[in-house]
Design a protein. Structure first.
Ligand code: SF4
Ligand code: SF4
Length: 287
């Protein structure tokens, strides 16, 4: 029997504000985002407002936005200001679009809100060649510039990296990433390492899930299933509400048109659920 994850409490609302459009085309992107991928449209300000109103009634505590790349969305600043009226917000970005002027505008939006605005900037490596081998030419240079602008505006972005090394090397890599952030004058260096999901580009470039990689009831004998992020969050997009940010381009993970329609258990039949169970990962900033 396939285990089902209950919705324990809807604490977090994710919104795929950037849709599947991104200015980069990373070789491990698990939703294969890129400049030409418009499978899932960007969210409009009007759509964001609808979901926010719903989230207020449902007593959502915090918000995350992601893409694709959120800073491609032409309404991004209005969207940020609107979400901050409801609660704290973490913005997931590749950092490459953030100029000094945009960072200043972000500062103004933060100063006008009682809720915290926080950034997570994704990169691959503290070395340019290794980073750009995955993210594409000039991605390193632009992300470093973006991090610098955000830091100068008084924010302390969390560097997010998908692990491309053995897990045993985490501690050593962490030290180097922290040093990299210090060198770029980030006030309080923090990093988050995520496992790769064998989907999208990573499945194409490395490998997909094998038959054994599935969750079963036995997986939850000594593991509280409600620790999975899908027990406490949902992912709104321009095209409906999904169970989580990982399965956002999977039709079976689309649970309804509104958040209200998704307040029910979800069967963990997708192989990606195996990665969540094995790593205990969450896409949220605090682990
Ligand atoms: S991993 Fe992030 S930055 Fe890279 S293509 Fe996907 S959405 Fe864009
Ligand atoms: S991929 Fe992870 S977060 Fe998404 S439904 Fe499966 S276990 Fe839950």
């Amino acid at each position: 029997m396939i285990p089902e994850v209950p919705l324990k409490n809807l604490e977090t609302l994710w919104m795929q504000v950037g849709g599947t459009l991104c200015n980069l085309e990373c070789t491990h992107c698990f939703i294969s985002c890129g400049p030409k991928n418009d499978t899932i449209a960007m969210m409009t300000l009007a759509q964001v407002k609808e979901r926010l109103e719903e989230s207020k009634i449902l007593q959502v505590k915090d918000y995350y936005i992601t893409g694709g790349e959120v800073f491609i969305n032409p309404e991004i600043f209005e969207i940020l200001a609107e979400i901050l009226r409801y609660g704290p917000l973490d913005v997931l970005t590749n950092g490459t679009q953030i100029t000094a002027e945009k960072a200043q505008r972000l500062r103004e939006i933060q100063d006008a809100s009682a809720h915290t605005l926080r950034f997570r900037v994704s990169m691959e490596n503290f070395e340019e060649a290794a980073n750009d081998a995955i993210r594409g030419k000039n991605a390193y240079r632009k992300a470093v510039a973006g991090i610098g602008h955000i830091a100068q505006a008084g924010f302390s972005p969390i560097l997010t990296i998908t692990r491309s090394w053995e897990e045993e090397q985490d501690a050593e890599m962490e030290l180097q990433f922290i040093e990299f952030l210090r060198a770029n004058r980030v006030p309080r260096p923090q990093i988050k390492i995520l496992p790769g999901f064998m989907l999208g580009q990573l499945a194409k470039n490395e490998r997909g899930y094998n038959e054994e990689e599935r969750v079963t009831q036995a997986c939850f004998e000594n593991f509280d299933i409600t620790q999975l992020q899908c027990a406490t969050s949902r992912m709104a997009t321009g095209e409906g509400v999904y169970v989580c940010p990982i399965l956002v381009d999977n039709p079976k993970a689309r649970m309804g048109n509104t958040i209200e329609e998704t307040l029910r258990p979800f069967p963990l039949s997708h192989p990606a659920c195996y990665t969540c169970r094995v790593t205990g990962m969450t896409c949220k900033s605090s682990t």
